[in-house]
Design a protein around this ligand. Structure first.
Ligand code: DCP
Ligand code: MG
Ligand code: MG
Length: 367
């Protein structure tokens, strides 16, 4: 258990990244987020402000806070959350009181327009996911079209992140800002996350960031290198497994808004054909990935299936069920080892692990 993160780390060499096929269609997510939205709305209705530092604030009585600032103002050190009194000291800064009604109206118009490009999941006043099925290249073309169209129609800049899940799209968008497009393919996901700072990760707030920094974890790669038992001790099981999935470029929350899954699985192609005794570490790493996903989503399961595709393209599946529902890595790892021992002595090309017979969280009478 203790060594599993490092095992997974070294497994990268094993996985065939050249599997990516430019013709292939995927379910992709385009996160469209407006740039310095409230300030951009103000500049839109008063174009004279275009090259000036602009900040929008909200105030109650004497006290006020900055809600956002354009990038010129950000260069002067102004950001959302700053106090109005601090902002007032910045020479040349244009301060405008928030007009929420106007921003909501503009937002509604933008989202009505975006719905013309596909199914949209709005997540805040200025951002939403467009669900897209197609190739990565098509997704990138669509993003360019949308960005240009929004600018033409509303005179507002936006940035777009494209990813194979919501979390990757969201983080990619941060990197695209301002007024850019950033796409991360599945084969690039883990590499991309290596340099992502923990506070940029979805669901990681100030408190978790502080705890992580205290034990020397700043970026995605530090999470994968960390001692997992230490991570669990500091953060608790659930947050630790959530972070692990994020660092791997996976979406820990992917079941939250959707149908409950029938099974959770991963499949990997080996860089070169291997014997069964050479794939144990990879198999355990895959089991760990799935159990972490189950732990973050409060999912429990009973049946583990190991699928082996031999180099002659024949394939076989081996399954075993536990007597109880669990999401404990050790329990599934034991079955995986047992199943692997039953595998034929032939060269292996691909290997898959699936856990099925799933139930949501620990419920009365269920476990
Ligand atoms: N907002 C707010 N309070 C905050 C952060 C943001 O009221 N603490 C408001 C003002 C923003 C809008 O929500 O304009 C959208 O938030 P974003 O986080 O998307 O920030 P911006 O669009 O302003 O800037 P960016 O270009 O970084 O997306
Ligand atoms: Mg924004
Ligand atoms: Mg936003």
């Amino acid at each position: 258990m203790l060594k599993i993160f490092t095992i997974i780390y070294s497994m990268n060499d094993f996985v065939n990244a050249s599997e990516y096929n430019p013709e292939e269609k995927y379910n992709l997510f385009l996160l469209v987020d407006m740039d310095y939205f409230y300030a951009a709305c103000e500049i839109r209705r008063n174009p004279k402000l275009k090259d000036k530092p602009v900040a929008v604030y909200h105030s109650v009585g004497e006290r006020g806070a900055i809600l956002t600032a354009n990038y010129i103002a950000r260069k002067l050190g102004i950001k959302s959350g700053d106090s109005l009194s601090k902002a007032k000291k910045v020479k040349g800064l244009v301060l405008i009181e928030a007009d929420m009604e106007y921003y909501k109206k503009v937002s509604n118009e933008i989202f009505r327009f975006l719905k013309g490009f596909g199914e949209v999941e709005q997540v805040s006043i200025d951002e939403g996911y467009i669900l897209f099925h197609g190739t990565y290249e098509e997704a990138f073309e669509l993003a360019k079209t949308i960005q240009e169209a929004i600018y033409q129609k509303f005179s507002l800049p936006c940035s777009i992140g494209i990813g194979y899940n919501r979390v990757i799209a969201k983080i990619a968008c941060e990197y695209a800002k301002p007024n850019g497009i950033k796409m991360v393919r599945r084969s690039e996901g883990e590499e991309f996350m290596k340099n992502v700072e923990v506070d940029k990760m979805y669901g990681v707030g100030e408190k978790t960031t502080k705890l992580l920094n205290e034990i020397g974890i700043y970026k995605g790669e530090d999470i994968l290198k960390a001692d997992p038992s230490k991570l669990r001790e500091v953060l608790g099981d659930r947050t630790a497994s959530m972070l692990y999935l994020l660092a791997k470029g996976e979406d820990p929350y992917k079941y939250s808004k959707r149908e409950f899954p029938k099974s959770i699985g991963v499949i990997r192609t080996l860089e070169e054909d291997k014997n069964k005794d050479e794939i144990l570490e990879l198999v355990l790493a895959m089991v760990y990935e799935i159990s972490a996903e189950m732990q973050t989503n409060d999912i429990f399961g009973k049946t583990l299936t190991l699928k082996v595709i031999y180099s002659d393209f024949e394939n076989r599946s081996y399954s075993k069920s536990l007597s109880e529902y669990t999401n404990d890595f050790e329990k599934f790892a034991e079955i995986a080892k047992e199943l692997l021992s039953e595998v034929e002595e032939k060269k292996i090309r691909r290997v898959g692990i699936t856990i099925s017979n799933l139930i949501p969280r620990r419920g009365k009478g269920l476990i």
